[in-house]
Design a protein around this ligand. Sequence first.
Ligand SMILES: [Zn+2]
Ligand SMILES: [Zn+2]
Length: 382
Amino acid sequence: MTKKDYYDILGVGKGASPEEIKRAYRKLARKYHPDVNPGDKSAEGKFKELNEAFEVLGDPKKRTQYDQFGHAAFQQGAGAGGFQGFRGFGGGDFSSFEDIFSGGFDDIFNVFSGMRGETRRRAASGADLRYDTTITLEEACSGIAKEIQVPRFEKCSACKGTGAKSGTAKKTCPKCSGTGQVRQVRRSFLGQMITIGMCDKCKGTGTIIETPCPTCSGSGRVRRTRTIEINIPPGVDDGSHLRIAREGEAGMNGAPSGDLYVVIHVEPHNIFDRYENDLYCKTTIGIAQATLGDEIEIPTIKGKAKLKIPPGTQSHTIFRLRGQGMPDLHGRGKGDQQVKVVVEIPKSLTKKQKELIQKYADETKQEATIGKGFFDKMKEYF
Ligand SMILES: [Zn+2]
Ligand SMILES: [Zn+2]
């Protein structure tokens, strides 16, 4: 069986640079990866072929051997020169997976979220930030645009986040040939085990910096306090949070930024209590207002409103003002304002007031009565 030329497999010319080879490999590997083509044998075959080609052409030393001797250079069988890595697919040997999908392919990551690529991406991207801000209930009701000052690490502009001094370039890590990973073959009583670890020379990035950027000392990021405008939507409640994508800390070495979470606290209000989208408040009226009826002015979150007290209003009656509560955060209408009316009994009276009340008492012969319902309830106990 004549083997296909490795350069043909990757679709690159003999003079291709290591970067071109890597790029070609990544592009094709994404296309033929078994996780993208489940059950497709021809894609699996293609993928094996690609890995085999890249194992050789991606390694400068092996590439030179291949250029001189062709496939013959690698026909001593498995084990020779540590060259058996990518052959099997059953044994969890997907080290290439993260490598293929790393590097800003967000659309791909979304497809594979929760899979191997995701953990790698999280590790590589910058930290999420939390910022706490306090607003008033009025601001929570109307929504508010706010400027917040967030101290954070940002991408260094001098080196564009690469960490390498402007005008110099990063070099492919010689220890891991740019994969960021080192494979170790260990023999145990269970047989041969391949473990994959992060390359310690390049800390898993695949590249090393020879001349670090003086502005950021090679980290690719600098500390800055950034003013960010946030739009707090109407209806937010205490403890709500806003996620502002990619406004967290810049990742190391140009990796994507984390997210910014703004946690919103709503100050307690001196008039209103909130429960879900309804607002609760209490007002007091006198016995004459309760008895004869009145129209009173009450506060609302947006200003003032008139509330009609019908004659004969009992203490602790709750009146509902429709639509005067908080707007729903998801745009589903508005809550109500509930007003509890408490009738205040005067504690001290002038002589004249006393006489009038006494007159009223004589007129009505009012006595304490216990409602029938109360006795019914009592019977249940005995
Ligand atoms: Zn820099
Ligand atoms: Zn390395």
